[in-house]
Each structure stands twice: as C-alpha cells, then as structure tokens.
Ligand binder design. Structure first.
Ligand SMILES: *[C@@H]1O[C@H](CO)[C@@H](O)[C@H](O)[C@H]1NC(C)=O
Ligand SMILES: *[C@@H]1O[C@H](CO)[C@@H](O)[C@H](O)[C@H]1NC(C)=O
Ligand SMILES: *[C@@H]1O[C@H](CO)[C@@H](O)[C@H](O)[C@H]1NC(C)=O
Length: 482
C-alpha cells in the first residue's frame, strides 16, 4: 500500500509538471522566446561549424582558425621537388630546365637566415622556391626567370643554412633548376662594395630599414639582368599554388586589356580614384583576409562596415518581427526584443563570411603585405631607386605602404588577383614580428584549394597562354606525377 501511494504521488507530480509546461506554452511570450532560443542556438551552431576560420567573424577560433589544408599539401610537394632536384646528379638535365631566351616574368625570392632551431623546421625558403617550381610545365618554366637573393650581410653562406645547397646544387650551370642565386657580396660593384656592405650591416640592426633596401635591390637585379615585362618579388615565407605561372600570365593579360580601355587616361599625379589610370604598378598575389577593403579606400563599401552590418541586420529584424505578427496571436505578451536584436547583429557580423571574393582581377586600393607582388617593369627602376633611397636615408616605412605612396603619387593603378595564388606560412619572423601577428597574415581561400581542381585549371591556363601542344605535354606530365 505504502509503495503504491508513493507511486501515485510521483505520478501526480509528473502530471502536474506536464500541465505546468503546457500552461506555460500557451503564453505567446514564452513561445516566442523558445522559438528565438532555438533560432539563435541553431545559428550559433552553424557559425561555430562554418565561420570558425574567418578572422572577421565572432565565431573565429584561435585554436583551429589557422588550420592548414592546401598549403600543407603544397609544401610537401614543394620540398619533395626541391630535395629531388638538389640530389640529382650534376650530369642529368632536370625536368623543366631553366628559363628560355625571352622570359615574360622575372621572379626573385628574397631570403635571410632565420633561427629555425626555435621552430625545429627547415628554412622557409626551401618550400617557397620548391612551390614556385613543382609541377610547372616546360612552357611555363621557359617563360620564368627565377632568382633567389640571399640578402644576409656580410656573409650569406655563414648566416643562412640553405645557401650552399642553393648555390652549389640548385643553381648549378648544367643541371640546376634556378636561373640565378646571388648575394650582395657577389653583385655589388667592387668600387663601392666595402662601404655599401658597412651601411647595410648598420641598417640590418635593429630597425627594419634593411629589408626595404633588399626589396629595392631585388627589383633592380631583375631590371638589370633580364628583359622580362613583369617582375615578381616574393618573400621567402610563402607557398605558391600549383599552376601559378600560367594563371598569373592569364591575369596579366586581363590587366593589360583593362588598361587599354579608352575611358582610362594617362596617369596623372595624385589621381585617387580607381578606374581612371591607364597604367599600373603591381598585381597582388597575396592578401590577408583581414584586409577585405571595408576600411580605407574610396568606395562606399570601403568605409561603411557598420552601415552594411546594419543594412543586413535591420531587414532581418523586420522579418522576425513580421514573422511574430503572423505566426502568433496578436495583442498578448511583449516580444523579447533584446534577443531579436542580438540575432540581427550576429548576422551582420558574419556578413564577411557570406560574401566571398569573386574570382578574377580587379583594381583594389587596399590590401596588406608585400609577400607576393608582380610589378610592371615600366615602373620598376624608379620604384627600386625610391625604396633604396628611403632605406638609406633611414626614413623607414614598409614596402607595401611605400608602393602605395608611389602609386598614388604617379597616378598608377594597383590590382589584385582572386583567388590569391600565394599563402604566407612564416611564423618565425626575420623582423621583429611576434608569432601571433605573423599567423594573422593569412589567406583562407588558399587553404580551400582542391589539388585536383587546380591541376585541371592549370591545364586550361597553359592551353590558353601557350597553346595545345604545351597543354598536352602538361597533361602527360600530370599523369606521370612529376
Ligand atoms: C637560436 O635560438 C636558440 C634558442 O632560442 C638559441 O639557443 C641559439 O643560440 C640561437 N642561434 C642563433 C644562431 O642565434
Ligand atoms: C622587438 O619587440 C619587442 C617586444 O615587442 C620590443 O620590446 C623590442 O623593442 C623590439 N625590438 C626592436 C628592435 O624593434
Ligand atoms: C635585352 O634586350 C636588349 C635589346 O633588345 C638586348 O641587347 C639584351 O641582350 C637583352 N638582355 C637580355 C638579358 O636578354
């Protein structure tokens, strides 16, 4: 009996609870709160699942946000290629060979020795240069003059772990894969060498002045030693995507076409608006995600992140309020407005994730960092002098900022190519950047590349730029996995 009444008691309690919940659910305020709770929860789950790699989203995860996908695959390919090339016997001609007689692009990597024992890794330049060469077609290799500049003073061999391999094996006269490996020591004119090296040593510490000089010097070397129409200057801590040469040449065709538009005019000093100048300074192959151009620049989108967020949030809020009107009985219960607003603002916040960058070349008046820029040869000599003078006068400034100033002063366009073909992978900095700052210089789209898709795009680009024969050869090469 006792047992039974206990059971009955529990039963009565649970029915009481159920009817309590039912009673609560008849109240529209509580129903609305529940619907919103579910909506916000689902949205939050969605955000954590899909926006955790977007540094502009509130869902960004510091733990997994910078997870590497394609750049890791590509780095492995690059190192495999480089190690094979370095180990090859000096009498076996390397696949791809060297540049032809009339290369279109002179590309130069600038590298300085870093203390890699901290990170327990190889020098970054190995993967960077490997990624410039791995899986290139023969036609592309002929169109590319590839240099590596070891910028340490006074003695690059002592300061840089990779120097010997690059100089003695990869740039070997007969079987090498690089067109040129150089240092200050072997390129400065004898007359000024000692004095110039002293100045450079002084610039090297502690400011960043020397890297600016290095940059100008690298530009100048390409101008002095090749007739290439385009000069690519690459930092050593990047990885380039498969097919980057043909893709870049296709982009450059687009740039030249754009510049021929009759509505464009001769560069005028100080022309600030995009779409006007008929001449250009550089094409950007790397941009960091934080620079989406919603700050700085001249267009509406460029300075109105808050307005745009509101433009997304307000209609969403209106929709929610309208939805409540239609779906719930009128007159009763105040809506939980704060929750509504929170949902709206969150949606606005993630707008950057929802608006991906369209593929192609376009003028952009923002962008960060000079990890990978392709310059118009026509302006390279002046720009190079400008950089070296600024560095020697210790006026300082960052390379990318100064190119912007230069472009602005001469009325030249700056362009970006999407999706970006280079990724920044350096964490151990040669300058005084912290690992955390370095990590944020990052491009998400690069990590989303699919190797198989890139390979197909590569063949299409080679066909477009170099013709059917070259494309067929590349297909053959891809089949054999070299
Ligand atoms: C590199 O860093 C390690 C650890 O911080 C230090 O012990 C070593 O002396 C450094 N080497 C050079 C060449 O600076
Ligand atoms: C390098 O960074 C540290 C910490 O951020 C700072 O204290 C130091 O002054 C910097 N050194 C130079 C040469 O800029
Ligand atoms: C560049 O072009 C000039 C003139 O056509 C020629 O004399 C020179 O040899 C070329 N330089 C190189 C490095 O090909």
């Amino acid at each position: 009996m006792i047992l039974r009444s206990r059971h009955l008691g529990a039963f009565a309690k649970s029915t009481q609870l159920t009817s309590g919940i039912e009673h609560a659910l008849t109240k529209p305020g509580i129903r609305a709160a529940l619907v919103l709770f579910v909506f916000v929860s689902l949205y939050t789950l969605y955000g954590f699942r899909f926006f955790y790699r977007d540094p502009l989203s509130i869902f960004f995860s510091t733990e997994h946000g910078y997870d590497r996908f394609y750049s890791q695959t590509r780095e492995a390919e690059a190192l495999t290629f480089l190690d094979h090339a370095a180990a090859a016997r000096s009498d076996t001609p390397q696949l791809g060979g060297k540049a032809g007689d009339d290369p279109s692009i002179c590309a130069t990597f600038i590298t300085v020795g870093r203390n890699m024992s901290v990170a327990g890794r190889r020098e970054y330049v190995d993967a960077a240069v490997g990624s410039a060469l791995a899986k290139l077609s023969r036609a592309e290799r002929a169109a590319l003059h590839l240099k590596v500049f070891f910028a340490d003073v006074p003695d690059a061999a002592a300061a840089h772990d990779s120097f010997r391999t690059f100089r003695d094996r990869l740039a070997a006269r007969d079987a090498g894969v690089l067109d040129d490996v150089y240092t200050y020591d072997d390129t400065l004119p004898e007359l000024v060498k000692d004095q110039r090296l002293d100045v450079l040593e002084m610039l090297a510490t502690p400011s960043r002045g020397k890297s600016l000089y290095d940059y100008g010097y690298a530009l100048d070397r390409c101008v002095e030693t090749t007739n290439a129409s385009y000069i690519a200057v690459f930092e050593d801590d990047i990885v380039l995507a498969d097919g980057w040469v043909a893709r870049t040449l296709a982009h450059l065709r687009g740039v030249e076409e754009m510049m021929r538009d009759p509505r464009r005019k001769d560069p005028t000093k100080g022309v600030p608006a995009p779409g006007q100048a008929n001449d250009w300074i550089y094409l950007r192959l790397f941009n960091q995600d934080r620079s989406v151009g919603w700050a700085g620049g001249t267009g509406f989108r460029d300075n109105n992140a808050h307005v745009i967020s509101a433009a997304v949030a307000v209609p969403l809020l209106a929709l929610l309020v309208a939805g409540r009107r239609w779906c719930l009985p009128r007159r009763r219960g105040a809506p939980p407005r704060r929750l509504d607003a929170a949902g709206g603002v969150r949606a606005g916040d993630a707008a950057a994730s929802l608006v991906p960058q369209l593929a192609g070349v376009r003028e952009e008046w923002f962008g960060c960092c000079n990890q990978a820029l392709v310059y118009n040869r026509a302006h390279a000599p002046k720009l190079s002098t400008f950089f070296m003078r600024r560095s020697r006068d210790k006026q300082g400034g960052r390379g990318d900022m100064l190119s912007k100033d230069f472009a602005w002063d001469h009325g030249l366009s700056r362009l970006s190519a999407y999706p970006m073909l280079a990724q920044h992978v350096g964490v151990v900095s040669a300058t005084n950047t912290t690992a955390e700052e370095a990590q944020q210089i990052w491009n998400l789209a690069f990590e989303n590349f699919r190797p198989a898709k890139l390979a197909k795009q590569h063949v299409r680009d080679v066909r477009e730029i170099f013709g059917e024969e070259a494309a067929r050869e590349l297909l053959e090469q891809q089949r054999h996995g070299t």
